[in-house]
Design a protein around this ligand. Structure first.
Ligand code: ZN
Length: 543
């Protein structure tokens, strides 16, 4: 498939455009005030650390906080934690979530709506192979990194994750140092960014830290008496390997593919990040640098064992410890009083329906719309509509090819109307919205239509939205998961820590992940170079 990749504007023209915007756009975005100008260099942080904990939910702070002794405890005690943060978009998946974190914009404006059309890009292969090509070519607009570079071109960014989308999307389109883990056990990048790896990363890869974990076991970090969850829960992990210890395969190639399910993958990611900080002298330069880290094991463990498992409890204790070591190392080489840290997640999670609805007779655990769709496609085929493209369904979104209807002289409107009625009757369906009706829905009191609006760019040929009831999964999903517009999937922690932020404060009001980038921009003293969906969270700053 050929496509157009626009050339990046030169740094000079970005900076020039931003400078013009500072003058010209007063009043665009209600959050801007006259004091939002660029701070004197001495008052600016030297480093912004943006942590995304894949699939972390705020409840983990409440549940396990008393047992935290490391980084999560330090960040919570020394920062401001919003316990009701939301990704206010319907497609609560990894790619759209990461695209929202540092852009301050919803999927309707970043263009990143779902994982399947996220960063996958065969035209930009990985350096050294080891996985599918990836790039931010679908990402539209700018991020905090772009605004910092516009204010001072000496800003540099390092972004690292196990997942390509977790590393790429927080930075946006900028060709920075962006690295992720391959299925042959290395961190690499794609040809979007570079043709070779920097020496420090080649050296890090040559240490073969993941290879050394072959055959090793994930055991409980602490005394088993400190874990209240049952270890043997049959619905976990497809019924196999549900109990500790969880041993990595003794074959190295297999172990490298399985390591993403092990807490030590987060440790590895943090080790690689720290090597990059040292080599790049990140946070030691004249401008504010960016370190974005997305830690993916919480998502892997959550999918496999569920958010109520002993495994997720241990994962959080280990994450807390790894982050503690990481922050200690960082603060040894950089002045902590000049480092701003933010933390959130890319989406939440819903528990296994078997556990959530346990004891409720006749509860609908999974919603199956396939028979209704299959019937609709059969009827369309009989009327001469090319059903290969006419109706495509993915995670609640119905894609329709209006040309296929037009060619067969079949009214799409009437087909969709009767299809919507049939879908509404499917057990487990909460609501079915024709896309064109969303704007008239009560989006103030009902988050679901609002989240659909925020998810869908105008150019996406989605015509209908099917929303499952809370805690009901799509048919055929046997692992714990996320992806729906419901609160459990949308709710994430939002945390700010460091100079200029409130300390030891917990805020319960609802806020949104898209509010993080404008809040950080305000704190740092740079201006977003485009209109954002988020607003500055004023209660993140001391009174
Ligand atoms: Zn996930």
């Amino acid at each position: 498939m050929s496509r157009f990749v626009p050339r990046l504007p030169s740094r000079r023209s970005v900076a020039g455009a931003a400078a013009l915007l500072i003058v010209a756009t007063t009043g665009v975005g209600a959050q801007r005030t006259r004091t939002a100008g660029v701070l004197p260099a001495g008052a600016r942080p030297s480093l912004v650390v943006f942590l995304t904990i894949d699939q972390m939910i705020p409840d983990y702070f409440a549940r396990y906080g008393a047992q935290f002794t490391g980084g999560l405890r330090r960040l919570q005690r020394g920062g401001v934690l919003y316990t009701n943060g939301y990704h206010d978009h319907a497609t609560t998946e990894t790619a759209p979530g990461h695209a929202a974190t540092m852009s301050g914009r919803f999927p309707m404006h970043t263009g990143i709506v779902r994982n399947n059309a996220g960063v996958n890009d065969k035209d930009h292969p990985l350096v050294g192979g080891g996985g599918a090509g990836a790039s931010p070519y679908r990402f539209q607009g700018t991020t905090l990194t772009d605004w910092l570079i516009a204010a001072d071109p000496r800003t540099r960014a390092l972004s690292i994750s196990r997942k390509d989308r977790g590393a790429i999307l927080p930075i946006g389109r900028s060709r920075q140092s962006v690295f992720w883990f391959t299925n042959d056990g290395r961190f690499t990048t794609s040809s979007w960014y570079a043709d070779t790896l920097p020496t420090w990363l080649t050296v890090f890869n040559a240490r073969r830290l993941p290879h050394q974990m072959t055959g090793s076991a994930w055991t409980l970090l602490r005394d088993p008496a400190l874990y209240s969850e049952a270890d043997s829960v049959p619905v976990e992990s497809g019924g196999r390997n549900v109990m500790f210890p969880h041993v990595l395969p003794s074959d190295t190639a297999q172990a490298l593919r399985a390591i993403g399910d092990d807490p030590r993958m987060d440790w590895l990611t943090l080790q690689a990040a720290m090597a990059g900080v040292h080599a790049m002298q990140l946070g030691a330069g004249p401008a504010t640098d960016v370190l974005a880290i997305s830690l993916s094991t919480t998502d892997a463990v959550g999918h496999r064992y569920g958010p109520d498992s002993r495994e997720i409890h241990d994962q959080m204790l280990r994450l807390d410890r790894y982050l503690g070591v990481f922050l200690d190392s960082l603060f040894r080489i950089r002045d902590s009083s000049k480092i701003v840290i933010a933390l959130t997640a890319d989406h939440g999670v819903q528990p296994f329906p078997e556990l959530h609805f346990a004891g409720q007779r006749n509860a609908v655990l999974r919603v199956n719309v396939e028979p209704v769709l299959a019937e609709a496609r059969r009827a369309l085929a009989a009327r001469g509509v090319d059903t290969a493209t006419a109706l495509d369904f993915e995670f609640g979104m119905l894609f329709a090819d209006s040309m296929a209807f037009r060619r067969a002289k079949v009214s799409m409107d009437s087909v969709l109307k009767s299809l919507a009625a049939s879908l509404r009757a499917v057990p487990g369906v909460a609501r079915v919205d024709q896309r064109r009706d969303l704007a008239a829905a009560d989006t103030v009191r009902n988050a679901v239509p609002r989240r659909w609006i925020h998810a869908l760019p105008a150019s996406l040929n989605v015509v209908m939205l099917v929303s499952p009831k809370p805690y009901v999964y799509w048919n055929g999903v046997t692992y714990a998961t996320h992806g729906s517009p419901n609160d459990a999937d949308a709710r994430v922690p939002i945390l700010f820590h460091g100079p200029g932020f409130a300390r030891g404060v917990t805020v319960a009001r609802s806020v949104r992940v898209v509010d993080m980038a404008p809040t950080l921009a305000r704190r740092i003293g740079v201006l977003p170079s485009e209109r954002l969906d988020g607003v500055v969270l004023r209660d993140a700053f001391p009174r």
